[in-house]
Design a protein around this ligand. Structure first.
Ligand code: ADP
Ligand code: ADP
Length: 231
């Protein structure tokens, strides 16, 4: 699914250079569930932006589902983001004046789907998240865990191959965090490829593999033998 070779990202600020990513090579197979960990400034956001086609590397090769994306135009990258990748964020990024249903319909509006079709698809996505009783609620009328489930429904409504999550439990209490990680594990069992950043070791134990970043490099690539499956 993801094949990066010798990816570098250099920021130039005046005379100084910051190597946000320094010769990173990385393979993630279809269906893997991976956590990215590391201290602040180690390159986690930069690698996620790269994987998510939000940013281009300074050098190196990135093949996503077999296609080289390191030298595509911004327009081509936007098409890949919209069609092939779902994004989930720490602060949910829901539009406050839209209902849950309208938020989940948005990617389909951008994709040009007819109203009846996008209504049905958004409804189905919300039902899968157990939110059929909440579809007409605005984000502020929902709990944090419910808001994140709306955001996951929105991320999945276009049928992406890859789900990227940036600290998905960072704004949630422990009960809601367990609930969200249970959803990720269900998606993983159904074959979704998931890459998430977390700084919480407890949350990383729900994944299959942990990539530890430091100073723009991968310092450890660990198979997680203690994957936590909640009952
Ligand atoms: P993390 O997400 O692990 O905290 P980042 O990927 O945000 O780390 O940052 C990696 C390094 O790149 C840091 O030294 C950071 O200061 C630098 N960096 C990130 N974005 C920029 C930018 N837009 N301009 C300059 N330096 C940046
Ligand atoms: P959070 O802190 O809630 O996880 P941030 O605002 O830090 O989220 O955003 C994380 C990254 O995702 C940023 O690098 C930003 O450029 C990118 N991003 C923000 N909004 C969107 C969006 N709607 N679609 C795609 N990427 C986004």
């Amino acid at each position: 699914m993801i094949k990066m070779e010798n990816i570098c990202k250099v920021y130039r600020m005046g005379d100084t250079e910051v190597w946000a990513l320094d010769q990173v090579s990385l393979m993630i197979e279809e269906g893997e569930m991976v956590a990215i960990m590391g201290p602040s400034g180690s390159g986690k956001s930069t690698i996620m932006n790269m994987i998510g086609c939000l940013d281009q590397p300074s050098s190196g090769s990135y093949r996503l589902a077999g296609r080289e994306v390191a030298n595509l135009s911004e327009r081509e990258l936007a098409a890949i983001r919209n069609q092939e990748i779902g994004f989930v964020f720490q602060s949910f990024h829901l539009l406050p004046n839209l209902t849950a249903l309208q938020n989940v319909e948005l990617p389909l509006v951008y994709a040009g789907a007819p109203p009846a079709e996008r209504h049905q698809q958004a409804l189905d996505a919300l039902k899968k998240m157990g939110l059929e009783q909440r579809i007409h609620h605005k984000p502020r009328e929902l709990s944090g865990g419910q808001q994140q489930r709306v955001a996951i429904a929105r991320a999945l409504v276009n049928g992406p191959k890859l789900l990227l999550a940036d600290e998905p439990t960072g704004n949630l209490d422990s009960r809601a965090s367990v609930e969200i990680m249970g959803i990720f594990q269900d998606l993983h069992r159904k074959g979704m490829t998931i890459v998430m950043v977390t700084h919480e070791p407890d949350i990383a134990t729900y994944t299959q593999r942990i990539l530890r970043f430091r100073d723009g490099k991968i310092m450890a690539d660990e198979l997680n033998k203690q994957v936590f499956i909640p009952r």
